[in-house]
Design a protein around this ligand. Structure first.
Ligand SMILES: NC(=O)c1ccc[n+]([C@@H]2O[C@H](COP(=O)([O-])OP(=O)(O)OC[C@H]3O[C@@H](n4cnc5c(N)ncnc54)[C@H](OP(=O)(O)O)[C@@H]3O)[C@@H](O)[C@H]2O)c1
Length: 278
């Protein structure tokens, strides 16, 4: 049963904090959550916010865990994992990694046994319960563990399974980095609104609500985005005038190039973390 699961977090930063908030909101008892982080003030902050158990050593946090979530930066993952190998190999918890770019095979190698591993690409709106995450499970993950992993990420938003780990780099480019693309668009629209004479506070509110409204409509509608766009674009009208400029500026090609660059950078980083001996 999800709400009885003993979950340990190795790393108690932003993503761990958002997941813990979501899990408590879904009914998990705070006493079932154990968090390790070297930063004592970070742990104090988590205790005050959530009344979870906290530790400055990782081993104490993972000792009795059924699920161990590695929520550390990719460059410290190996050093955080290695001292835990004996305990994890004995207890066989579900291991979840949210570290960007670290292939499952590396985690398995660092842990030194055929660990049940779910690799996840989450995104930052998880902080407010509106995240989008893609999950990949290796063959050692049981169906009960798959359900558990999905439940954990659904506590902070959308969670979707991917059958092929290679697609995780594309997910990083789309939804992992995606919030920044929408923030940039909002930034550009706000600046343009000010150029067109609108007061800054009015520009901000109109842009934010328009982004929110468009996203809500896209989520609620059965129509795809192209159909929705056509519905609000009268021939010869104002929207058509703007879209004509965007198309002439090759916005579509620009986006494809940008997202491909993000995907390729993800592949480069994975290869860096994937080197033998790393
Ligand atoms: N934030 C995002 O938008 C996002 C999106 C997708 C994926 N991710 C992934 O999520 C992971 C965590 O990101 P985050 O934003 O939550 O990072 P964060 O806020 O920096 O949290 C990481 C925490 O781990 C602690 N830590 C460092 N070394 C450790 C060790 N050996 N053992 C245990 N804890 C250790 C850090 O402490 P110190 O600060 O003292 O070093 C920090 O408190 C990263 O791998 C990132 O790639 C993040």
């Amino acid at each position: 049963m999800f709400t009885d699961t003993h979950i340990a977090f190795v790393g108690g930063g932003n993503m761990a904090g958002s997941l813990i908030g979501g899990l408590l909101h879904q009914g998990l008892n705070a006493t079932h959550i154990h968090v390790a982080d070297p930063n004592a003030s970070q742990l104090q902050h988590l205790r005050q916010r959530f009344t979870v158990h906290t530790y400055t050593d990782n081993l104490s946090a993972v000792r009795d865990a059924q699920v161990v979530v590695f929520a550390v930066k990719p460059q410290v993952f190996r050093d955080a994992a290695r001292p835990l190998t004996v305990t994890l190999a004995k207890n066989r918890p579900l291991v979840i990694s949210i570290a960007a770019g670290i292939p499952e095979k590396n985690i398995r190698r660092w842990l030194g046994y055929d660990a049940a591993i779910v690799r996840v690409v989450p995104n930052i709106p998880a902080l407010i319960g509106a995240g989008a995450a893609a999950l990949y499970a290796n063959p050692s993950v049981s169906s009960a563990q798959r359900t558990l992993a999905k439940n954990i990420f659904e506590a902070v938003g959308l969670a979707l399974w991917l059958g092929d780990e290679i697609l995780m780099d594309a997910v990083t480019a789309i939804s992992g980095s995606g919030p920044a693309y929408f923030f940039l668009l909002m930034e550009i629209m706000e600046a343009s609104a000010r150029e067109l004479g609108l007061p800054a506070d009015i520009a901000r509110q109109l842009v934010q609500q328009t982004a929110y409204g468009a996203a809500c409509m896209a989520l609620e509608s059965r129509d795809d985005p192209a159909a929705l766009r056509k519905q609000v674009t009268s021939p010869g009208g104002t929207t058509a005038a703007a879209l004509k400029i965007l198309e002439a500026g090759k916005l579509r090609e620009l986006f494809l190039r940008a997202l491909t660059a993000a995907r390729d950078r993800g592949v480069e980083l994975s290869n860096e973390f994937g080197k033998e001996g790393s």
